[in-house]
Design a protein around this ligand. Structure first.
Ligand code: PLP
Length: 456
């Protein structure tokens, strides 16, 4: 086993231990070895991949101080507000099932019916293998939700952003995006060849400065923001972004992956939350994997855009059509969401309760609105990983988010709330978090504990 020689080495290694791979895109460091290897060595060894050795070192450092790997845990049941891992019950805060629709009888029933009628696969691209009625039904339902001309669904939320942005923009164009935008948007921008400019999180004034200085240098411009931000649980001032996109002649795209089912009285999304007409946004993007308890992504917008993407976006044209049961499940989940706004209300009550209790205990919840995503910022990677580990030992499953997914000083635990958590469960969780954090902060420092365990 590779062992760090000094506690500081262990700390540095741990600081980059758990990388949330759905988080921000970091520029890849230039490969250390650019020359051909000596004749007796092969570069074609996967263990020589840039970063692989570092990954092993990080794991070894975590093993050294007895921290379990918080990722890739096998859940033995449908993971919602509760879960089972290793035969034990946990309160679960690592599920996107915001409205408790995964496993809902209407949703599972729709998926079963679709399997009976169409099997499990759409077999090939819809252009080649043709449509299934469920594709069109889901696209019509999503277009109706946003009041757009049309919609296109794709097999992955991540791929939807990559391929749609990659298809819409070209080299003479520019994309302006929030500094905390999802990796898939950045990757799509890179694919497109357009200039990429990021502005400070949730800061329309910062965007305005950028627009004023650079908009004239480019042909087309796309502004991309999210609905509910997945790391911080806050939301943008949509009206301010609409005003800017009009004034500077840009398209505005909202990735409402975490806003659908969460934001607004009925969970309609960011537009309902902000009291803005959905038609003021040019492109509505979302995923089926969160509130809609399925898998895939969608773009809703004007008919020319939808027709264009269906005929030119590589991630649609050259990729299989959505599996019929997944399309049916998402459509059924959207119907339940729209018919039962009390689920959205329960989620809001739960999030609000968690936030209020956390604040009462003096925990740092950043800018979270207290809805589906609530961070507890602890300010140090090692503390975040250790706190997550200690909570796991007390029956709470919650993920640490550390550098480079977030800046080191804002390392955190991220709690995903659902409408199905109970008030008692939430109260018990927040009290336990406060106890364990206080024990961590008042006990021996983590570095001291690390040194003691190594007999230093
Ligand atoms: C804001 C945002 N956009 C896109 C995606 C990608 O969606 P999916 O995981 O469904 O592929 C995610 C995933 O977490 C996300 O948070």
């Amino acid at each position: 086993m590779t062992q760090p020689s000094r506690p500081q080495d262990g700390r540095a290694a741990l600081a980059s231990f758990v990388t949330n791979r759905l988080g921000r895109t970091q520029a890849r460091p230039a490969p250390a070895e650019t020359k051909a290897p000596p004749a007796n060595e092969s570069a074609q060894d996967f263990e020589k991949l840039t970063g692989y050795r570092e990954l092993r070192l990080q794991r070894s450092a975590a093993d050294l101080i007895g921290l379990g790997n918080p990722f890739f845990r096998v859940h033995e049941t449908r993971a919602g507000a509760q879960t089972r891992i290793g035969g034990e019950a946990f309160s679960n805060y690592s599920s996107y099932d915001y409205l408790g629709l995964n496993g809902h009888p209407a949703v599972s029933g729709a998926a079963r019916k679709a399997i009976e009628a169409f099997g499990t696969s759409a077999s090939a691209s819809r252009i080649v293998a043709g449509e299934r009625p469920g594709h069109l039904k889901l696209e019509r339902a999503l277009a109706a939700h946003y009041g757009t001309d049309g919609c296109v669904i794709m097999v992955s939320g991540h791929a939807t952003n990559v391929t749609a942005i990659g298809a819409i923009l070209e080299a003479p164009d520019v994309i302006f995006h929030d500094a905390l935008i999802h990796n898939s948007v950045v990757t799509g921008a890179q694919l497109s060849g357009a200039q990429r400019r990021s502005f400070a999180h949730n800061d329309p004034a910062a965007l305005e400065k950028l627009l004023e200085a650079t908009r004239h240098e480019h042909r087309r411009a796309l502004i991309v923001i999210e609905g509910l931000y997945s790391m911080d649980g806050d939301a943008p001032d949509l009206a301010a972004f609409v005003e800017l996109k009009r004034r500077y002649d840009c398209w505005l795209m909202v990735d409402d992956a975490h806003g659908l089912g969460v934001l607004g009285r009925t969970g309609a999304g960011l537009h309902e939350h902000c009291g803005v007409d959905a038609s003021d946004v040019d492109i509505w993007m979302g995923t089926l994997s969160k509130t809609l308890s399925s898998c895939g992504g969608y773009i809703c917008g004007p008919s020319a855009l939808i027709e264009y993407l269906k005929c030119t976006a590589g991630g649609f044209v050259y990729s299989v059509g959505m599996s019929p049961p997944l399309a049916a499940a998402a459509e059924a989940a959207l119907s339940v969401m729209q018919a039962e706004p009390e689920r959205v209300e329960r989620l809001r009550r739960n999030g609000n309760q968690f936030l209020a209790l956390a604040k009462k205990h003096g925990l740092n919840t950043g800018s979270s609105l207290g809805l589906a995503v609530i961070p507890i910022i602890v300010g140090d990677s090692l503390k975040a990983v250790t706190l997550s580990d200690r909570l796991f030992k007390r029956g709470i499953n919650v993920q640490p988010i550390i550098h480079p997914a977030v800046p080191e000083r804002s390392s955190r635990l991220r709690f995903f709330m659902t409408s199905e958590h109970t008030p008692e469960q939430i109260a018990q969780t927040v009290t336990t978090v406060a106890e364990e954090l206080s024990a961590l902060e008042t006990g021996a420092t983590l570095i001291e504990q690390l040194m003691a365990r190594r007999g230093a």
